[in-house]
Design a protein. Structure first.
Length: 97
C-alpha cells in the first residue's frame, strides 16, 4: 500500500448531494422497472413507476420522471400508492407488468 495514491475528498453542498442521490435513485428505479416486464407477452410500451402518491410523487415526477421522458422518449405510467397485495398477485400469476 505504500505506492497507493491518497484518497481525495470532494465536498458537496446539501443541494448537490440531493441532486446526485436523486438522479441515482431515479436511474435505479427506472432500470429496475424496465427489467420487470414479466413473461406475460404484454405489448405495453414504456415503464411503470409506483410511489407513495400525493406531493411526494408529484415532486418525483417533476424532478426525475419528466426529465427522463424528455431525454429518452420513454413513456412512464404512474401508479400509487404501492399496493403489495397487487404486486404479490401479479408475481403469483406470472403477469408482472
Amino acid at each position: 500500500m505504500n505506492d497507493s495514491e491518497p484518497l481525495t475528498t470532494t465536498k458537496l453542498t446539501r443541494q448537490e448531494f440531493l441532486k446526485l442521490s436523486g438522479a441515482g435513485l431515479a436511474g435505479a428505479t427506472l432500470l429496475g422497472a424496465a427489467g420487470c416486464r414479466g413473461g406475460s407477452g404484454s405489448a405495453a410500451k414504456g415503464s411503470v413507476f409506483t410511489s407513495y402518491g400525493d406531493t411526494f410523487q408529484r415532486a418525483q415526477d417533476k424532478a426525475w420522471l419528466k426529465p427522463y421522458t424528455r431525454e429518452t422518449g420513454t413513456e412512464i405510467h404512474q401508479d400509487s400508492p404501492t399496493d403489495y397485495a397487487k404486486l404479490q398477485d401479479m408475481v403469483e400469476n406470472n403477469k408482472v407488468i
